[in-house]
Design a protein around this ligand. Structure first.
Ligand SMILES: Cc1cc2nc3c(=O)[nH]c(=O)nc-3n(C[C@H](O)[C@H](O)[C@H](O)COP(=O)(O)O)c2cc1C
Length: 214
């Protein structure tokens, strides 16, 4: 698969098989991901990969918080208002899942709350003193990680729902207070029989967002 093919092939996986991911694959994917570009080669990503009993503990603690209806505490704030263009594009996801996945669309929330049944989650953090430029670097890192996962036959999804309770992550993963927990990326083998994974999100035509000026 060449790079362009990989870009078209990657899409978010929202239901994973319970099978664990081999350690050597997780290591290979993580090693490739740090090839991402970064401002002044600052390589700001600090990544905590949870698997096994550690991830089980995190999932359990999250479910307890959901049951207690505890308010999420995202360290990266949500927008106070989505611009209309973003709302319109978001409909491609919301409507598309309903149209493509049938009954499985109702699993969107529960799958998010159960961390998509993923056997591995990479929690991507950075030093709180860094600027938004470094968030750009973390985004580049995330895409590298997900494309490397694809190459190894794995699915992935970046999700804010994975980082709604950073206090749990700090406790279970011993993440220092000096780091901001930015995003989680669930990784694992794709449950191809789950209808939620039939959905592949669309894009508005690139010419509407990419402007060429001679
Ligand atoms: C920063 C970020 C946060 C996201 N958070 C969630 C999430 O909490 N739950 C979810 O189901 N998908 C989440 N996604 C996945 C997006 O919905 C998905 O990337 C988008 O719809 C495009 O689809 P694709 O990844 O399949 O191309 C997130 C993606 C990004 C980049």
């Amino acid at each position: 698969m060449n790079v362009i093919e990989a870009l078209y092939a990657r899409h978010s996986t929202r239901a994973f098989l319970a099978d664990p991911v081999e350690k050597d694959k997780l290591l290979a994917v993580s090693e490739a991901a740090v090839r991402a570009p970064s401002w002044a080669n600052s390589q700001p990503w600090e990544v905590f990969v949870a698997t096994g009993a550690t991830l089980d503990n995190i999932k359990r603690a999250y479910l307890e918080k959901y049951e207690a209806k505890e308010a999420p505490a995202p360290e990266t704030p949500l927008p106070t208002e989505w611009p209309q263009a973003s709302k319109d594009r978001r409909k491609l996801l919301d409507d598309g899942i309903k149209q493509t996945c049938g009954e499985a669309a109702k699993q969107f929330g529960p799958l998010n709350r159960g961390m998509f049944n993923a056997p591995a989650v990479a929690f991507v953090c950075m030093d709180k003193r860094l600027s938004p430029w470094s968030l750009y670097d973390l985004g580049a890192y995330a895409q590298c990680l997900m494309l490397a996962a694809l190459e190894k036959g794995l699915g992935a999804i970046p999700a804010i729902t994975l980082v709604l309770y950073p206090d749990v992550l700090r406790r279970e993963l011993r993440i220092p207070d000096a780091l901001k927990v930015v995003i989680g990326i669930a990784i694992g083998y794709i449950d191809k029989r789950h209808d939620i994974n039939k959905f592949v999100s669309g894009r508005i035509p690139f010419a509407e967002t990419t402007h060429f000026l001679d």
